[in-house]
Ligand binder design. Sequence first.
Ligand code: CU
Length: 161
Amino acid sequence: MTEPKTARRCSRMRRLAAIAVAATSSVGVAACGEDLNRTAPIGPQKPHGGLVTGYVTEWEVVIDQTSVRAGDVTFVIANTGSIDHEFLIVRTDLAVGAIPLEGDRFSEDNEELLVVDEIPEFMHGTVETMTVELEPGVYQVVCNIAGHYGMGMFQEFVVTA
Ligand SMILES: [Cu+2]
């Protein structure tokens, strides 16, 4: 039977379409849904990953959900402040806000953390989007421009299996 193969491909397309829908506005994706329902009577699987929207400003990082399931996670982040900021995803078991500073920022070479990905410094009044595949773990989303982490630009972020 070729049905499982079709379902798998469809599921992947649905996930990609879901991200596109969330990140932009609306695109029709009905065709796959019917197919999937027919081959998977227990109902469509919840897609992994997700969409996180938020903003950076003086002096905080705010996101609309602090926990998502592992997978492709799209961040849509606005800089609503009056100066430039950046948005780093850091995997670490260090307590939120407690990454040791060297001077006025933390070392991104610190062995106790891993900068998984980042939206580099971007202008106030602009919005940036980044999609990153995240494994289960504890992360912090932060700004590490000189002085900013110490001023409070961090937020815990958890990825579950
Ligand atoms: Cu900043």
